[in-house]
Design a protein around this ligand. Structure first.
Ligand code: PGA
Length: 244
């Protein structure tokens, strides 16, 4: 069963990294190192996804993006739809990532369109939300997160994953302290219980093996979303092992 409550989630967002050869070799090593306590989700380059799904049927795969323009097909050069992602066997779709918001000007409205398609296609959205530095400084993190959820997520009892990623922590090597993450995730858990009762909550932003050691014992979080450390097999295996 996908994202069952007893297991922690370790999500690898490879972004525009990893050649096909690198991806293949990584997954060969990973399949030997699996842990029973953890569900691993890999988000490879879209170009490699179908082939990797076929070669590694025991791994959970998702895609890093779908279009908000149609859930099926159409004259949208360069885009892929949720039904195409589903057709190749992807189970998860990342959406709302701060890099999409920043470089591609994707706002909450676009993110909400994508989430609608993802849920209709019975895929599981991994929805990124996070506060910027200003909200952190002003102490408005919780209200900022709440309004992002309100603007892009309909009330649902379908399975979803919320990735709490402070924008200032992504790719910077900076992380909030444990009590800040626990307070924020405690708030999010409480809030999500009335909006999306089958939501699971992961933390993302500069997670490496060292951080994973203490994150794995944090209250209110069900796992991690990892960028750069997820492309290094030894580091990634250490992260998985931190849940043993
Ligand atoms: P990072 O990326 O682990 O490299 O900070 C996280 C993310 O982009 O989700």
């Amino acid at each position: 069963m996908i994202i069952e409550k007893l297991k922690k989630l370790v999500i690898a967002n490879w972004k525009m990294n990893m050649s096909y050869k690198d991806s293949y070799e990584f997954l060969e090593k990973l399949t030997n190192a699996k842990s029973n306590n953890v569900e691993i989700i890999i988000l490879p380059s879209l170009l490699h996804t179908k082939s990797l799904i076929d070669k590694f049927p025991s791994v959970n795969f998702g895609v890093q993006n779908i279009t908000h323009l149609s859930d099926k097909s159409g004259a949208f050069t360069g885009e892929v739809s949720s039904s195409q992602a589903r057709e190749i066997g992807a189970k998860f779709v990342l959406c709302g990532h701060s890099e999409r918001r920043n470089f591609f000007e994707e706002n909450n409205k676009i993110t909400s369109e994508k989430i609608k398609y993802i849920l209709n296609d019975e895929l599981i959205p991994i929805i990124c939300i996070g506060e910027n530095v200003k909200a952190r400084m002003m102490g408005t993190t919780n209200s900022s997160l709440k309004s992002q959820i309100k603007a892009c997520l309909p009330e649902t009892d379908k399975k979803i994953i919320i990735a709490y990623e402070p924008i200032w922590a992504i790719g910077t090597g900076k992380m909030p302290p444990k009590n800040y993450i626990e307070d924020t995730c405690g708030f999010l858990n409480e809030h999500l219980s009335s909006v999306a009762k089958n939501a699971r909550l992961v933390y993302g932003g500069s997670v490496d093996a060292k951080a994973s050691e203490w994150l794995s014992s944090c209250n209110y979080i069900d796992g991690v979303l990892i960028g750069s450390s997820s492309t290094m097999i030894n580091e990634f295996i250490k992260i998985i092992k931190s849940y043993d």
